[in-house]
Design a protein. Structure first.
Length: 75
């Protein structure tokens, strides 16, 4: 078995090409979506009320669990 450690803090294009990075796709964890908690639902309600998010789009919003512990994505 080969272990690969991906460390965003040493990436040479950090914060320049995070949107194109394949690491997010590689780290996608099945079942990582969760229902919104009370604070998240409250924030979405405010976004809808202010017109930033359409009510129809807000209905299907889900939270996403990060697939790693102690690390933070940049970008």
């Amino acid at each position: 078995m080969i272990t690969v450690i991906i460390d965003c803090t040493t990436c040479p294009v950090r914060e320049l090409h995070c949107g194109d990075c394949m690491v997010a796709a590689l780290l996608e964890v099945p079942g990582a979506e969760l229902p919104l908690d009370a604070a998240e639902r409250s924030a979405v309600t405010l976004f809808v009320a202010s017109g930033l998010v359409a009510a129809d789009d807000a209905v299907g919003l889900r939270a996403r669990r990060e697939p790693w512990d102690g690390a933070r994505a940049v970008g």
